[in-house]
Design a protein around this ligand. Sequence first.
Ligand SMILES: [Fe+2]
Ligand SMILES: [Fe+2]
Length: 190
Amino acid sequence: MAWNATIPARILRVNHGGESGAILIYRAQIVVSKWRAPDLTPFLREALSHELTHQMRFGALMPARQAKPCRMMWIWTVGGGILGLASALLGREAILACTEAVERTVHKHLDEQIAWATTHDPGLATVIRDIQFEELEHLDFAIRERRRAGFLWLDKLIATATDGLIWISTRGDSARLAIQLAGPKQPFGG
Ligand SMILES: [Fe+2]
Ligand SMILES: [Fe+2]
């Protein structure tokens, strides 16, 4: 199989894993938000319902592209749960900082994937674009609702943790994939 032919399968494996992480983050935050930030619970519930649909939609594309769910799905259960729980315990602003950091990181990955899939796998590109639209709603909500620019350290920590979780769960494949999706670099910046 040509190397390029494996890219849709690898995109789907990364995304399916990432959605599983998002599901765990939102689930944990919903439990704690009822006590720490009840005004955010309706948003968190809606975001969770979106993430469940995203996971299902990516999952539905997997068999035709010979993609298997990532073998280290448990990393998401543990990592996503800890991330969601810890941020929610810190309160409303930390929940929003977490949403913003996670969704911004996801958005960056989806942008790279759409750029590649538009010419190589239009069916996959359409689904990613649809999903990206809802991820942007989550990101916009978090940006809009944050009352102060606090928790910058948490923002950075979570963005790094999200990238790290994606990297670990795919055993580094997410980073190799990002390089491939960006295409060959011209030497001397030409
Ligand atoms: Fe999602
Ligand atoms: Fe999202």
